[in-house]
Design a protein around this ligand. Structure first.
Ligand SMILES: *[C@@H]1O[C@H](CO)[C@@H](O)[C@H](O)[C@H]1NC(C)=O
Ligand SMILES: *[C@@H]1O[C@H](CO)[C@@H](O)[C@H](O)[C@H]1NC(C)=O
Length: 925
């Protein structure tokens, strides 16, 4: 949670807030004026003001074949003779090109570690080139890259079509490190020292910005560059008639009560953009962790030689420091781009099953009695949940890895009691370390010199929840290792193996720092300035915590750590949430585009606080939030200290029933959701998807961001307004979609949305794709642990050809054994009235050391209108049509969908084994 006005109201914190006000001059309440705008940052001001035109940067000499593959050369700046910037161009397969411009090693420009996938370099592939005096052409399968020599410019072509041009408008800029001049001119003000509010940034290294323009040829929409509370399609920020907006900003901050529709960056940053249009999709990833601003232009403002006749969307990327390290992702489909991007930055984690179930959190569950009461409340009201969370108040005076024993006298017994019901707990572990001489973490960190230093080389001190705090330098591998050890069971006293972790405030949040974060001239490991790595800070801390859980685990369990701050590559580490939202309908609404944007940028395992963190949701808002949240990849209810209690049963009927239904829906769908997470883990495709990701040719989907898909087979048109009596629903494709609740079928209306009635709070439009088969576990249980042996129900949703197909992935739900092939991947197909179950794992991989005893208790076939007329005469026959074994179960049509056109057949109690190959024929004799 972040700081803010409301915190001052909290009795528990008044003492602290007073001491904070007395101790520093900063205002505690945060307003948008507290955040730095482009014109207040000299690096952004100088670059944004540049007119397009001739670039002063050119290729320094011939490109040479580099030893490790790829090409190398230099880039020169004609305004600064003698400065030679090493250039490297490499390819990873045919669809990924990396262009890197840096300074000579002695200059020690910061190059971002810990982001690229470890195996990436092994994927390097050859580039074939052809040269003229003007340009060099590189061939990558069917794609081409043209490097123009003077000015230095890069154009990418897919199947002969230009798709991307870098420095076409001449805004490429690489400010090399230089000597401080004796005089600093007016227009250079802010380059060697800069003041914002009451904070002075000493800038000992001077100007070091890296900027470039990127034109997306024939693009019609841009997406990506999370995180901010806006729509998914990126609106222009520059060249607008009248109102000029701020550029998009990527700078991880603890933004108090963030507002809807703002280009400001929030807690995390992924400098990855995707451009889409009728001609295809392309992506760009700028590997740079410094503060960044990005303009999207309303119209093309300068002719790019050679591309005069092309429509395009221009962008301008401006980073404060670091290097130019840009990955061009050549598509040509949106799925290709996400796969290419996650080839570069890594595939998402495979989560433990419990962690994709429902989580109950609050700042704070007060004491052990409270924990027990909440846990019992779920059971009393037959509402499933898997994880109970403890926020900062559980610690001894905000000293993480400790317990407040007056409130939690028996932490171990408490965890074990919860674990005995098959549930887990999570405690918060934040990155600010209380400067308290009795605190072992502080003592050791001080003695070992593990803290981030201020510009003078002393341990940096800032204010956060514990009061005076210091911050561990997670750039140092040694510090990360040491931190990871703090999670060992004998170090983290009274913790158990069923306790998981939560990293909040890791932007890092520093209440009295500039913009509530750390001064940019703070010093990290190896003399790296904080400005260089700021956006990476949260990832490093998150990674160290995950390594901690890995270290302690003798069970080979997959770790689970939730983080607020994130960067490109966080998908490899764990889950994130969208921070401190508010209990308002607009925040429920914007949660969907925020999560979609994260998914486009590779971060699948994400959710928004259900109910809204600040404020008190009305029961109808809370109910709607649970209904939407049941389809978030990460599903957690959370609330601020000052809010009224809002456990799901506290609002009476009909709310308790409706919230129970929403959570149970999530649990029933877990086999499918887990399968989608597995797909994400293998391919990088997001769990929650915008419609255009699956239907890229349907232009009507490109701007849609209220509706979403969970995997490819569930479509949600969420209800996110008060007293809604209808929603606008777009059904992509030509095949029917079946309502999850009723089985009623709907089909697309020639590229147009239709209006769907919403008949009451219980009406929530979610649909299964015609042509899909989804395995569910429909028996209500207390938690995922109790569901392990439950039988499945297959929901077969037929398409217009009477066919459907689906996958089911199952493993032990917790360990890394699936990497040793201990899993089951089954394929179900339905065609001509025959359902088949077969192995879908790569040959010989499946089921080594993992047995799946579960049976199928029911099969529901939706969309058999013709056959259903002759309903009573059905039989299901195992094996061939003339098969010997007739199932004992009768076939009963229709039980669902009586309201719509579709009807459903139900095969009851077939008790077929999921792990075995079989087929069932429905015969109408
Ligand atoms: C530096 O500033 C001083 C005083 O403003 C001026 O006299 C001098 O010429 C300047 N030197 C250069 C190199 O611009
Ligand atoms: C119907 O579904 C089957 C199985 O997924 C698929 O092979 C077929 O192409 C689909 N038919 C149509 C018209 O979409």
């Amino acid at each position: 949670m972040g700081g803010g006005e409301k915190v001052l109201m909290s009795p528990a914190l008044i003492g602290f807030a007073l001491c904070l006000l007395l101790s520093c001059q900063c205002a505690f309440a945060v307003k948008s004026e507290e955040f730095r705008k482009c014109h207040e940052a000299s690096f952004c001001r100088r670059n944004r003001a540049k007119e397009p035109g001739a670039s002063t940067f050119a290729l320094g000499g011939k490109l040479q074949q580099a030893a490790g593959g790829g090409l190398s050369g230099t880039v020169i700046n004609k305004d600064f003779p003698g400065v030679e910037l090493p250039l490297e161009i490499s390819a990873y397969g045919d669809g990924i090109v990396r262009v890197k411009v840096t300074e000579v090693p002695e200059k020690k420009r910061f190059e971002v570690p810990d982001v690229l996938d470890e195996g990436l370099d092994s994927k390097k592939s050859p580039i074939v080139s052809a040269r003229s005096s003007k340009d060099t052409w590189l061939t990558l399968g069917g794609n081409k890259l043209r490097i123009l020599h003077d000015p230095f410019r890069i154009d990418a072509f897919v199947d002969g079509r230009p798709i991307l041009s870098i420095n076409g408008r001449g805004l490429f800029n690489f400010e090399h490190y230089r000597e401080k001049p004796a005089n600093i001119s007016e227009e250079e003000s802010g380059t060697w020292e800069e003041i914002f509010k009451s904070h002075t940034d000493s800038k000992p290294k001077g100007p070091a910005s890296v900027a470039f323009d990127a034109a997306f040829i024939n693009a019609e929409q841009l997406y990506g560059i999370p995180e901010r509370a806006t729509r998914l399609p990126l609106k222009p920020t520059k060249g607008l008639e009248g109102a000029e907006s701020e550029p998009y900003r990527l700078f991880n901050l603890d933004v108090f009560e963030y507002v809807h529709e703002s280009p400001f960056g929030l807690y995390g940053a992924v400098p990855m953009m995707m451009a889409h249009g009728a001609q295809g999709t392309a992506g760009l990833f700028f590997l740079n962790a410094a503060e960044m601003f990005i303009d999207v232009l309303a119209k093309a403002e300068h002719m790019i030689p050679g591309l005069e006749d092309k429509s395009r969307i221009d962008t301008h990327w401006i980073a404060e420091s670091g290097i130019f390290d840009v990955f061009l992702l050549l598509g040509p489909t949106p799925k290709n781009v996400v796969q290419q991007y996650t080839t570069v930055t890594g595939k998402p984690v495979m989560p433990q099953l419990f962690s994709i179930a429902y989580h109950q959190c609050r700042w704070n569950y007060k004491d052990e009695a409270d924990v027990n009461a909440v846990d019992a409340g779920f059971d009393e009201h037959d509402i499933p949940y898997d994880v109970l969370w403890l926020d900062i108040e559980h610690t001894d005076h905000k000293k993480y890895f400790t317990w407040d024993h007056s409130l939690f006298p028996h932490p171990k017994e408490m965890q074990n009691r919860i674990a005995a019901k098959g549930r887990k707990m999570v405690t918060i572990v934040d990155p600010h370390i209380k400067r308290d001489s009795g605190y072992y973490i502080h003592e050791e960190a001080t003695a070992k010199g593990y803290y981030v230093k201020n510009k003078d080389g002393n341990d940096f001190e800032g204010w956060c929840w514990p009061g005076s705090s210091s911050y561990l330098d997670m750039l140092s591998p040694e510090v990360r290792d040491w931190w990871a050890e703090q999670y060992l069971l004998d170090k983290y006293k009274e913790s158990t193996l069923t306790l998981y972790s939560w990293n909040d405030m890791n932007e890092p949040s520093v209440f009295n720092g500039p913009e509530l974060t750390m001064p940019r001239d703070n010093l990290h490991y190896d003399g790296v300035e904080h400005r260089d790595l700021h956006n990476l800070n949260g990832l490093l801390f998150h990674k160290a915590s995950v390594e901690g859980l890995l270290k302690r685990g003798k069970n080979n369990d997959r770790p689970f750590v939730l983080s607020r701050a994130f960067f490109a590559g966080t998908q490899r580490i764990g889950a994130i949430w969208t921070g401190d939202n508010t209990a308002e309908w607009t925040h429920l609404q914007v949660s969907v585009p925020m999560l979609l944007s994260l998914g486009v940028a590779g971060i699948s395992f994400a959710g928004a606080d259900v109910g809204g963190f600040f404020g008190n949701p009305e029961p109808d808002l809370l109910t709607r939030w649970y209904q939407v949240g049941a389809y978030y990849p990460f599903f957690r209810g959370h609330a601020h200290l000052d809010t009224k209690r809002r456990e799901p049963w506290l609002f009476g009927e009909p709310y308790t029933t409706l919230i129970r239904d929403a959570i149970r829906t999530r649990y029933a769908l877990l086999p499918y959701v887990y399968t989608v997470f597995y797909e994400a883990h293998k391919t990088g495709l997001p769990v929650m998807r915008p419609l255009w990701l699956e239907y890229p040719d349907e232009a009507s989907t490109w701007a849609l961001d209220e509706s979403f898909l969970l995997g490819s087979d569930i479509l949600v048109h969420p209800v996110v307004t008060k007293d809604a009596f209808q929603v606008s629903a777009f059904f992509p494709g030509k095949e029917p979609w079946y309502e999850v609740r009723t089985g009623a079928a709907h089909t697309g209306a020639a590229g147009k949305a239709i209006t769907l009635p919403v008949t009451g709070l219980e009406s929530f439009p979610a649909f299964q794709r015609g042509g899909s088969i989804i395995a569910r576990k429909d028996r209500p249980r207390r938690s995922t642990t109790q569901m392990a042996n439950d039988p499945y129900t297959l929901y077969i949703a037929l398409n217009s050809t009477g066919a459907a197909e689906g996958l089911l992935y199952v493993d032990d739900g917790r360990s890394f054994d699936y990497e040793k092939e201990a899993y089951v991947l089954r394929r179900f197909t339905f065609q001509n009235g025959r359902l088949e179950c077969s192995d879908a794992a790569p040959t010989g991989e499946s089921a080594k050391g993992f047995a799946l005893p579960n049976k199928i208790e029911k099969i529901v076939v939706m969309g058999l209108p013709k056959i259903a007329e002759k309903s009573s005469t059905f039989r299901a026959v195992l094996g061939d049509t003339d098969g010997k074994i007739q199932l004992e179960s009768a076939v009963e049509p229709p039980v669902m969908g009586s309201g719509g056109d579709a009807t459903a057949l139900v095969i009851k109690r077939p008790w077929l084994s999921v792990a075995e190959d079989w087929s069932v024929q429905i015969v109408s004799s």
